[in-house]
Write a protein that binds this ligand. Sequence first.
Ligand code: C2E
Ligand code: MG
Ligand code: MG
Ligand code: MG
Length: 280
Amino acid sequence: RAKAMGRNRHEFFTQNLQAEIISHKRTADELLAGIERQEFVTWYQPQFDAVTTELTGVEALVRWQHPHHGILAPDRFLKIAEDLNVTSLLDHIVLETVLRDKQRWAQMGLHVPKVSVNVSSRRLHDQSLVEVLTNLDIPPNQISFELVESIFLDEHEDIAATNLEQIKALGIDIEIDDFGTGHTSIVSLLKLKPKRLKIDRQLVMPILHSPQERALVRSIIEIARSLGVETVAEGVETMQHAALLRELGCDLLQGYAFARPLPFNDFTTMALANWTRVAA
Ligand code: C2E
Ligand code: MG
Ligand code: MG
Ligand code: MG
């Protein structure tokens, strides 16, 4: 009996694994087809000055407009994209979209000072990245690259370091994304001379109730400020969070308290109606 159960269990796992492999394979095929069919779109989430509440910029976030499943967030497909070695391609599609959308905003009289795009480790380590960027004709000081801290623990440090310097030389800012989740020291990260440090929402969300996280966020902001690096809080879900972060000296705020990531049209409508100052 035990033997039979063991076999059943074995079969159960094998079947599950097979189902998983098939579903993974199907998603992988669909993802490649989705790239062909241009189903990957770029959404925007605004960022605001903590003191003046002015719109300071947006973060561009990729979405998959799936023909059957609707809009899919990156946690549904980035891992598979990585396995397929197409994250760089997705990053590139997003950046090209951003450059086009920036022009559309300018034509509509909407001033979006900065667009931040997420850059995968693969892309930062890509030998041809700088050449590709040079051909894109990126307007200086209007685009920034968000890099997670773990990128800097990877191998091929030299390529990444060379790319970083040349990216900066092209007038693209560097932001450290999700700071506080990795194991990198803040001092070593700030040596990279990023323009901004984005404090991860896991640190930001508990600040109202937890003195530990509040103290941690306060010191991160102080260290960054003393080195001339701007701080952005992500995951700002309530106005109480916003008020406290402002008190702690955080420069920029991003989160559901203000807006969720929005498709181009919704973002543009909201921005024109609420987030721009009418010129006097
Ligand atoms: P991220 O770069 O840290 O982006 C912020 C994430 O937090 C976004 O999730 C955003 O929707 C979410 N968020 C914003 N405000 C709040 C809030 O107040 N509360 C909560 N709970 N969440 C909030 P999203 O869009 O699902 O993206 C997840 C991650 O996927 C991003 O995290 C980024 O690491 C990655 N990603 C997104 N777009 C791209 C891309 O174009 N290329 C690459 N390589 N990665 C991307
Ligand atoms: Mg980001
Ligand atoms: Mg982040
Ligand atoms: Mg994050």
